[in-house]
Design a binder for this molecule. Structure first.
Ligand code: HEM
Ligand SMILES: *[C@@H]1O[C@H](CO)[C@@H](O)[C@H](O)[C@H]1NC(C)=O
Ligand SMILES: *[C@@H]1O[C@H](CO)[C@@H](O)[C@H](O)[C@H]1NC(C)=O
Ligand SMILES: *[C@@H]1O[C@H](CO)[C@@H](O)[C@H](O)[C@H]1NC(C)=O
Length: 331
């Protein structure tokens, strides 16, 4: 027979677990405790963009790579330690994700005003929204109140994050696992309206895809010549190429490029090749407002993803609270 206090402890733990299972996210979460949080995030983002325009795209990408791996919990931001392989070195992230220092700058600025209040996970969400708005895209209210994870998982990132070789069928299924619709997936791919990719991400498409029995007839011949020149066999695979014709402006040019068969990644162009996604590409290419509306809905849904695991508010986005700094392997 269980001791009564053991039973009540168990009930308490069950209740606590239930309470921590899913945070109740809402836009006013910091309105009492850190009313200037959103203003500070926007100002630091703005300064980062003046210093380096591409950082808007690089920071915006963090939301995708954080939220898809065990929810939006800042796990992406943790540096590796001797006992934990983090997500920064995962297949889709290594030599690719950049501008982590912008998140550090935001965190430092916010900590100076309201220490230990604003989570790194929420900073990613706010900064991604601001990156879109500051490059000419839509603005929306973000929900806040996320906690930062105590762990990260390189393995989970490797298993989840899609390869640039993916086709539309694969991407529909993958996003579907997160309750994101085909429309959400196509609109969210429109994030490639800003930023750049490496030749590394397109080499297979350019030189091996046909040989592998997966022909890629969808490239505009002029664009193909341009890519061959920028990304030759044996060339620098770290060289970067714009993801659309207007890489500093968040607009629907990306979708116009796909219709013109000038999509950079295989995963981009496939959205126009496949019938399930083609009508969305066409619609967004013709109607920027429709794209913006669908994109905002997708970003909000993606921002709602939570793991239900315990968390707290990190002091430093790269390290779990209480962990010795000298153990960190900084990148
Ligand atoms: C649909 C599946 C997706 C695939 C397969 C994919 C893949 C990629 C790849 C391969 C790159 C270039 C990386 C490199 O070469 O270093 C890239 C860049 C980028 N991705 Fe995605 N992505 C996807 C969806 C998304 C989503 C949902 C977002 C955000 C909402 C996003 C935001 C970005 C941004 C902004 C960049 C440019 C980053 C920069 O310039 O630093 N992507 N993506
Ligand atoms: C998707 O929706 C179903 C049904 O509402 C829910 O049970 C499931 O947890 C959701 N999955 C994710 C990843 O949010
Ligand atoms: C293309 O295929 C060749 C021969 O199979 C291989 O050596 C090379 O690494 C492949 N390149 C890419 C970019 O996949
Ligand atoms: C790309 O750059 C990274 C470091 O930024 C380096 O480790 C890697 O070897 C480079 N890759 C190629 C193919 O040059």
């Amino acid at each position: 027979m269980a001791h009564p206090s053991a039973v009540s402890l168990l009930l308490f733990l069950a209740a606590a677990a239930a309470a921590s299972a899913l945070a109740d996210l809402h836009p006013e979460f910091y309105s009492e405790t850190c009313p200037d949080a959103e203003l500070i995030v926007r100002e630091v983002m703005w300064m980062a963009m003046i210093r380096e325009p591409r950082s808007a795209a690089s920071v915006m990408r963090f939301q995708f790579h954080d939220c898809f791996v065990n929810g939006c919990d800042g796990s992406l931001l943790l540096d590796d330690t001797p006992t934990m392989l983090g997500e920064k070195m995962a297949l889709s992230n290594i030599n690719s994700l950049r501008s982590f220092e912008v998140i550090d700058e935001i965190k430092t600025a916010v900590e100076a005003v309201c220490p230990r209040i604003v989570s790194c996970a929420d900073i990613v969400i706010m900064a991604a929204r601001d990156a879109v708005a500051l490059t000419g895209g839509p603005y929306w209210k973000v929900k806040l109140g996320r906690k930062d994870s105590l762990i990260a998982s390189q393995e989970d990132s490797n298993n989840i994050m899609p390869s640039p070789r993916s086709d539309a069928r694969y991407l529909i299924d993958l996003f579907g696992r997160f309750n994101l619709s085909t429309r959400d997936m196509v609109a969210l791919s429109g994030s490639h309206s800003i930023g750049q990719g490496r030749c590394f991400s397109v080499m297979f498409r350019l030189y091996n895809q046909s040989a592998s029995g997966q022909p890629d007839p969808e490239l505009d011949p002029d664009y193909r010549l341009k890519l061959d020149k920028m990304c030759p066999i044996g060339g620098d695979e770290n060289a970067t190429v714009d993801l659309d014709a207007t890489p500093l402006v968040f607009d629907n040019q990306y979708f116009k490029d796909l219709v013109a068969r000038r999509g950079f990644l295989n995963s981009d162009q496939t959205l126009y090749t496949w019938s399930e996604t083609r009508e969305y590409v066409r619609l967004f290419s013709e109607d920027q407002e429709e794209f913006f509306k669908a994109f905002v809905e997708g970003m909000i849904k993606m921002g709602d993803l939570q793991s239900g695991r315990p968390g707290d508010v990190r002091q430093n986005c790269r390290v779990v609270n209480g962990q010795p700094m000298e153990n960190l392997m900084e990148y």
